[in-house]
Design a protein around this ligand. Structure first.
Ligand SMILES: [Zn+2]
Length: 287
């Protein structure tokens, strides 16, 4: 009897002791690990900005192709800049936007860097349908190699890429003209330049290609026939026209200003006013 009472007492004592001593230390422990978690989360948040690029590297290493290695061996100077990701075009949205499927099965909407084809979806601009049809004819169900620039995505979450029809052996004018679809759109007059920093890797090439297409009146540049071809605008204009969608502003007589849908037009009384409002000058009329 005594033994049993003693045992019960001992058990109760142990139980009470453990409750009294453990509860606060457990709390403290929980708090510790909670804090650790938060700081880890904060760190993760901070790392997120750089981790997109890292993720891309990971994707690429998973999908690394022999073509990729050829580029790197022949042109060590471009090693870091010419990481290509192979993908299959699954849908053409318009002249400068497609859907692709990567080899790991992931699908992405891709906007071509540095070029802008006339609108063919929400509204139809002159030559928009032609540009969309051209892209469809060249890319639909084809394998392409995507090259990314500094900024991986736009504000809509679309992947931003240069579209190589086949992997370039070198990064030079001939290769770009022959194999990069963004450049081909400019060369054939299906697109005009749209430069969005920091993605400007090929902007110098693109300027030359656009100029060539303009001089030959190719594609959309042929639409200018009958209009003033002059690229220098008289300084006499007293207003500028901006596009709410693209955030680009023009001289009123720019062909692109004339194509802005009425609901997207915004008038600025000065260049400064447009820039202050966050608008960029048109690359064609250069206001
Ligand atoms: Zn313009």
């Amino acid at each position: 009897m005594l033994k049993r009472k003693l045992l019960t007492f001992l058990l109760t004592a142990v139980l009470l002791l453990s409750l009294v001593s453990c509860t606060p230390s457990q709390n403290a422990h929980q708090q510790d690990s909670y804090q650790t978690q938060i700081s880890t989360q904060t760190q993760t948040k901070e790392n997120e900005l750089t981790s997109v690029a890292e993720k891309q590297e990971q994707d690429q290493s998973l999908q690394s192709t022999s073509n990729n290695q050829t580029v790197q061996e022949e042109e060590p100077g471009h090693k870091a800049e010419t990481n290509l990701i192979k993908a299959r075009v699954t849908k053409v949205v318009d002249g400068d936007t497609v859907y692709v499927r990567f080899e790991n099965g992931r699908e992405e909407k891709v906007r071509f860097i540095g070029v802008d084809t006339p609108e063919s979806t929400i509204r139809v601009d002159p030559y928009g349908k032609e540009a969309a049809a051209y892209t469809e004819s060249k890319l639909y169900k084809k394998d392409v190699w995507l090259e990314l620039d500094v900024q991986e995505r736009d504000k809509y979450g679309r992947l931003l890429a240069y579209i190589w029809l086949s992997p370039p052996e070198n990064i030079n004018d001939t290769e770009i003209r022959g194999k990069m679809f963004n450049a081909i759109l400019l060369l054939e007059g299906y697109a005009q330049i749209m430069t969005v920093p920091p993605n400007v890797k090929y902007v110098d090439y693109f300027r030359v290609y656009q100029q060539e297409a303009r001089e030959k009146n190719l594609g959309l540049w042929g639409l200018e026939i009958g209009e003033e071809k002059s690229t220098t605008y008289p300084g006499g204009t007293n207003y500028y026209i901006g596009n709410r969608n693209s955030k680009i502003f023009h001289y009123p007589d720019c062909q692109w200003a004339k194509k802005i849908a009425p609901q997207n037009k915004v008038i600025f009384e000065s260049r400064e006013e447009a820039i202050k409002a966050g608008y960029r000058p048109c690359k064609v009329c250069r206001p």
